[in-house]
Design a binder for this molecule. Structure first.
Ligand code: PRX
Length: 647
């Protein structure tokens, strides 16, 4: 953690909720917001219990929270099923034949599923999983593009109490292997391929490669998405469509303990090994359902589009579980935002009459760069609410989004949260909150976030500090899969008495939070979270590399980009070709999202006397070529001089 956090932002503009929006909003007016926050503050557990009662429980809980720091259990003794809450519950009333999912493939293919159809598909696939030997508690790995089968596979796993582990389709065979092994998956669900930027991403080929080292995976279910040729292992591989045709359409949902594991999702931290974040059933669904309803003001007539890939937490919580738990209509798009033209997103908004749109700042900055002519080609008047997530949004981008996409009419909810938090933690409520561009506003009712110093003492308004959460919350991660010690030390030991988020922030005099970004060794490229240590250990694994240090450099579109400082083994010499080779090497071993924008060769890396690489200096060099900070602990000043010369 860096020693000091300075905050310079002085954004002053305020946008109050429009009268029309406010009139119809689920939470309407600043008084309702304040009242909800105050009420939850007095008795947070009672607040979350009220939220949990909106779900269908097979057995009521005995106790809202059991807190043995840092291990929490929510709705203790209660039993429920996530897929039953997302599907079966909606079949008895007018939502039975309501569209649950509109899906559009990158190649223009379109499908839709009503709640009844999605239920039937899910029950079928749950039977397929059972027939492949998957039992309660087993892990099912899923490596698919954003296609409806991905949601079906997740829901089917949850239906029988299996634990899903979705791996982003852009990850390499190596990354896939690591996650499958760590999660001990028994079955893998994949596709022949997926469409991205007009090309086919060969998922099955990657899976075949990964599975060479995963003897625990006995069966692979393959969705025919692209119709490309794939290698086939007859004893192991089954086609999705064939297995589905043979399966029955009835599969009663299992009543599962509230703390039964729902999924593991891997994310990057400050060490080389990705962390398997474990989320459980009752608390997760409660928080995700309520935040979806209040923050996205979701009603039956809405079409909700969260543009995230389902391989990330945003896709889990706000493409799949949150909207379905609310009986909403959601939209899912498989491909790249600019394909075949930069107006693809706006074309989709117009075609389906999207009303609530949730995306990442990096996408907004990309659209700004491409110009207003692209959204101007489409009728975006169906939109009534906009959201952002994943990284700080700069006020200019916020205002552009509000003015150009929202025509000045749609509130923008800037939502702060993490893979670990399960659901949104800090966010405006659109019918109640006066918005300040660049601020995620205040914590959601029942969430005790604060900005503190290293000793856990709240810092005065306007001063930067560490963003923490002081009380357990229902959607919080329960542990790191297989590593409770790391869970403790990573999240609950750095700041006394609180969960440390890894982010820096400040609060203004109105209690609004301004997130300043990660202060650990995690970088955010296009909103994707990458551990510098993970990229470094990959680089060092290359035969010619002796040492590597990776830092983020500010980037106008992607937020940050990756710069790798590399020293070579003495017998090798740097050249541009090797730089390209190393970039490719990282992309191949982790995935294209981790490809460095720049590789800089250096004779040595700046280190403290105790041997720790001084990333702060490298960050400064990567950003502006100069070093201003304190260098008194630096071991060898000549290293710094050389790095500068090598500009
Ligand atoms: O640094 C914060 C940033 O994203 C991190 C969490 O990344 P990940 O687990 O990949 O989850 C992203 C989607 C929930 C946080 O520690 N972050 C997320 N949302 C915001 C944000 N930074 C500023 N403003 C946000 N709204």
């Amino acid at each position: 953690m860096s020693a000091e956090i300075e905050s310079y932002s002085t954004e002053r503009q305020i946008f109050k909720p429009g009268r029309n929006f406010q009139k119809r909003a689920i939470i309407s007016g600043p008084q309702s917001w304040d009242a909800a926050i105050r009420k939850a503050e007095k008795n947070p557990e009672a607040f979350w219990e009220t939220a949990a009662r909106e779900l269908l429980w097979r057995k009521p809980w005995k106790k809202a929270l059991q807190w043995k720091p840092p291990f929490a259990r929510w709705f203790v003794g209660g039993k429920l099923n996530v897929s039953e809450n997302c599907l079966d519950r909606h079949l008895d009333g007018p939502r039975r034949h309501k569209v649950a999912v509109f899906w559009e493939g990158e190649n223009g293919e379109r499908r839709s599923y009503t709640y009844w159809q999605l239920h039937r598909e899910t029950a079928r696939f749950a039977n397929v999983l059972k027939s492949l030997g998957v039992a309660k508690g087993d892990c099912v790995a899923i490596y698919l593009p954003t296609i409806p089968e991905l949601a079906v596979a997740m829901l089917a796993a949850s239906r029988i109490g299996a634990v899903h582990n979705v791996i982003f389709g852009g990850f390499s065979a190596e990354a896939l292997k690591e996650r499958i092994l760590d999660a001990k998956a028994k079955v893998l669900v994949t596709a022949d391929g997926g469409f991205r930027k007009g090309a086919v991403v060969a998922l099955k080929a990657c899976a075949d490669e990964a599975l060479k080292s995963c003897p625990g995976v006995a069966k692979v279910v393959v969705v025919k998405r692209c119709g490309t040729e794939v290698a086939w292992e007859p004893r192991r591989d089954v086609w999705w469509h064939e297995a589905m045709a043979a399966a029955g359409a009835s599969c009663p949902p299992e009543a599962l303990d509230s703390e039964h594991p729902l999924f593991i999702l891997y994310t990057s931290g400050s060490t080389g090994k990705p962390k398997g974040i474990l989320h459980t059933t009752g608390g997760y669904l409660t928080q995700v359902a309520l935040t979806t309803k209040w923050i996205f003001d979701l009603k039956d007539a809405d079409v909700f589009w969260c543009t995230a890939d389902i391989g990330w937490i945003t896709g889990h919580s706000y493409v799949v579980y949150g909207p379905l738990a609310n009986g909403a209509t959601l939209l899912m798009y498989e491909g790249a935002p600019l394909h075949p033209q930069p107006d693809r997103f706006w074309q989709i908004v117009e075609r389906y009459g999207v009303t609530v749109f949730y995306t990442a700042p990096t996408a907004i900055r990309m659209f700004i760069r491409l110009g207003e002519k692209w959204p101007a080609r489409h009728d975006l008047s169906s939109l009534r609410l906009l959201g952002t997530v994943g990284e700080p949004i700069n006020p200019e981008a916020w205002r552009w989004y509000h003015r150009v996409i929202g025509a000045g009419r749609c509130p923008v909810v800037d939502t702060w949260w993490q893979t670990e938090t399960g659901g949104i933690m800090i966010s405006p409520l659109p019918g109640a909150t006066a918005l300040k561009p660049g601020s995620a506003s205040r914590p959601f009712p029942g969430i005790s976030a604060d900005v503190v110093d290293r000793d856990g003492v709240p810092v005065p308004a306007g001063q930067g500090g560490y963003l923490v959460v002081k009380r357990p919350w229902p959607g919080m991660l329960r542990t790191i899969h297989g590593d409770p010690e790391r869970y403790k030390s990573q999240y609950w030991s750095q700041i006394p008495g609180a969960y440390f988020t890894g982010d820096g922030a400040r609060k203004d005099k109105d209690g609004y939070f301004w997130i300043m970004g990660r202060i650990d060794d995690v970088i955010k490229v296009s909103g994707h979270r990458l551990g510098t240590a993970e990229i470094e250990s990959t680089l060092v694994a290359h035969a010619q590399v002796a040492e590597a240090a990776v830092v983020g450099r500010p980037d106008d579109v992607t937020g940050e980009s990756i710069v790798a400082f590399v020293t070579l083994q003495s017998e090798y010499h740097p050249d541009a070709k090797l730089g390209e080779t190393l970039k490719e090497y990282v992309a191949k071993n982790i995935g294209a999202i981790a490809r460095p924008a720049e590789v800089r060769f250096t004779e040595a890396l700046p280190k403290t006397r105790s041997g720790k690489i001084m990333r702060r200096l490298l960050r400064e060099i990567a950003s502006n070529g100069q070093v201003k900070g304190d260098v008194t602990t630096l071991e060898d000043f000549s290293v710094l001089a050389r790095l500068r010369e090598e500009e």
